[in-house]
Design a protein around this ligand. Sequence first.
Ligand SMILES: NC(=O)C1=CN([C@@H]2O[C@H](COP(=O)(O)OP(=O)(O)OC[C@H]3O[C@@H](n4cnc5c(N)ncnc54)[C@H](OP(=O)(O)O)[C@@H]3O)[C@@H](O)[C@H]2O)C=CC1
Ligand SMILES: CC(=O)[C@@H](O)[C@H](O)COP(=O)(O)O
Ligand SMILES: [Mn+2]
Length: 388
Amino acid sequence: MKKIVILGSTGSIGRQTLDVIRNMPGKFRVVGLAAGRNWRLLASQVREFRPEVVVLEREQELKNLRDELACDETPDLAWGRSGLENLAMLPQADIVLVAVAGALGIYPTIAAINAGKDVALANKETLVAAGHLVMELAARKKSALLPVDSEHSAIWQCLNGLEQRAVEKIILTASGGPFRTFSKEEMENVTVDMALFHPNWQMGKKITIDSATMMNKGLEIIEAKWLFGVSYEQIEVVIHPQSIIHSAVEFLDGSVIAQMGMPDMRLPIQYALTYPERQPGCCPRLNLTCLQGLTFEKPDTGRFPSLKLAFEAGKAGGTMPAVFNAANEVAVDSFLKGRISFTTIPFIVAEVMEKHLTVKQPELEEIMEADSWARETGANLIGTFEHA
Ligand SMILES: NC(=O)C1=CN([C@@H]2O[C@H](COP(=O)(O)OP(=O)(O)OC[C@H]3O[C@@H](n4cnc5c(N)ncnc54)[C@H](OP(=O)(O)O)[C@@H]3O)[C@@H](O)[C@H]2O)C=CC1
Ligand SMILES: CC(=O)[C@@H](O)[C@H](O)COP(=O)(O)O
Ligand SMILES: [Mn+2]
């Protein structure tokens, strides 16, 4: 039985991971769970899965959880970044699933790899900000990085052990989000609720906004570069509104292999957890004759500048992708709070990138410094918008 730690168990990926595990009795034992503030949901997960260690973001919610679980057999409890990192290194764990949102994921991912764990990585921001460090560390520690992001799981499945030098290009599919057909002017007036309505996937708020700006695809371009060792010239984004083809690989001989399935994250989660095996699970089946048709379009970088910014950040390298990511995180947060408009998000990211002096081959400390600088610079810019 594989022993698993889930970081971000109360979120969209975390809850779906627990569903996968629930539907594969006898295959997994949940030894650790971490969440942010949703201690009530965490308490019910603790009662169901009986982990040995549980972590929350802050001490105050941890007290609530302790009181809530008082009559039960209580697991070891911890809080904060150190709690998260220690949980990622839990000696009895075989695999750590990282599904916290944002650059916060860097710390437990590095901790898990350092402890020699296999890492099922949903958190794309980690590779965007610190890809060169994480990939090098994983290779050195012989820790497997198992992609969970649907497109990267698809590419991984298409490659299926084939040599990377046989790859001509990676075709990264994108739904285009809720504003795929909107004009620039129409996008200026969209509301938070409109942006939170993804046509195909139910996800956490941050990634849902990223899908609407197509920043998600930008982050995924950089994630793919690190996971599959390709150049940016070998990555093509194709809009595929139905989200049935999760991505494809074109090989040197012209053959294109694509991975298909219903848009349900439980399939890539399950594949990462059972790899290298395939096992029956709870995912809905794809019936090709029931599909209305699969369509494809070129992305429009005029309406969705995030894609262009991602290629620029990735090609600049060094600390620039961390700045790209952090500026986006603050901008998305401000949009969700109603402080800036939707189209201001990529504008803020572009402005912050413009001001940044890239540090080449940065250490983790320099990446985190660049991340903090970008958040502060982004926040100041956002302030000028509010007072304008
Ligand atoms: N959702 C999806 O379908 C997909 C998501 N991803 C990626 O996976 C990651 C997670 O996304 P998603 O599940 O949608 O996000 P959610 O916002 O739904 O979940 C985030 C999780 O992280 C927890 N969390 C937040 N802060 C902390 C903290 N300080 N310490 C510990 N836990 C914390 C939250 O806890 P709480 O709620 O208790 O505060 C929650 O459990 C992102 O990087 C995203 O890009 C990738 C592909 C698809
Ligand atoms: C489910 C998943 O992997 C998301 O990253 C999804 O791909 C978002 O859809 P977009 O293609 O709209 O960004
Ligand atoms: Mn994805």
